[in-house]
Design a protein around this ligand. Structure first.
Ligand code: NHR
Ligand code: GAR
Length: 202
């Protein structure tokens, strides 16, 4: 592996179980030596996000950029961008990973990280963009649900699909039980998709 370390910055808003799965994969699968990458920082838009505590306990750099402190989405995104880019000595990390990050990002933010910004969405895209995906899948009578890793573009949940997993919707499922099973799939496919992308990125 040649060149500088590829820094990853993970953005969260909540429990951070996908973030933890990515951090664990980076350690267990030796990303430092195999793909020349490391998780540089975890940033949350909510000070009380559960994942922040876990990240701190791991000795990771963490930061909070609270969207409520800004007058506009553009002002929040500008502050977030600055905080993200400060995590890399070259001024921009190799990859920015949304992991349960709940704020829609402006076109300017997305353009700044074009090709280096990914998300995991709890549906089988292109079905069920947006929020409350599992509830909507159950209400529509879907027999299968899923999760999707995709590139982030200005259009919400419409970027290129990098990987997906499918799971059956059981007759007894509620949005919560389906979400819990989907989450275990997310923890498998998201670190794997990120590792593949890192191996490809210059
Ligand atoms: N931004 C862009 N430009 N494109 C995408 O594909 C994005 C994105 C930002 C986040 C994740 C996403 C998802 O996986 C994501 C993809 C939040 C909302 C939302 O409506 C929708 C989709 C996603 C994340 N957020 C509300 C908002 O006003 C706030 C909701 C809340 O705080 O609970 O930003 O589905
Ligand atoms: C995950 O299921 C993720 O797919 C979803 O939120 C959960 C976050 O869990 N993302 C969205 O709904 C984005 N709108 P985590 O914080 O434990 O990773």
């Amino acid at each position: 592996m040649s060149g500088a370390t590829k820094n990853l910055v993970i953005l969260i808003s909540g429990g951070g179980s996908n973030m933890a799965a990515i951090v664990k994969a980076s350690q267990q699968r030796a990303w430092a030596t195999r793909v020349g990458a490391r998780v540089a920082a975890v940033i949350s838009n909510k000070a009380d996000a559960g994942g922040l505590r876990w990240a701190r306990e791991q000795g990771l750099a963490t930061a909070v950029v609270d969207h409520k402190a800004y007058d506009s989405r553009e002002a929040f995104d500008a502050a977030l961008m600055q905080r993200i880019d400060a995590q890399d000595p070259n001024g921009q990390p190799a990859l920015v990973v949304l992991a349960g990050f709940m704020r829609i990002l402006t076109p300017g933010f997305v353009a700044h990280y074009a090709g280096r910004l990914v998300n995991i969405h709890p549906s089988l895209l292109p079905a069920f963009t947006g929020l409350h995906t599992h509830q909507r899948a159950i209400e529509q009578g879907c027999k299968f649900a899923g999760v999707t890793v995709h590139q982030v573009t200005a259009e919400l949940d419409h970027g290129d699909i990098l990987d997906q997993a499918v799971l059956p919707v059981l007759p007894s499922d509620t949005a919560d039980t389906l979400a819990a099973r989907a989450l275990t799939q997310e923890h498998i496919i998201y670190p794997r998709a990120i590792e593949r992308l890192l191996a490809r990125l210059g």
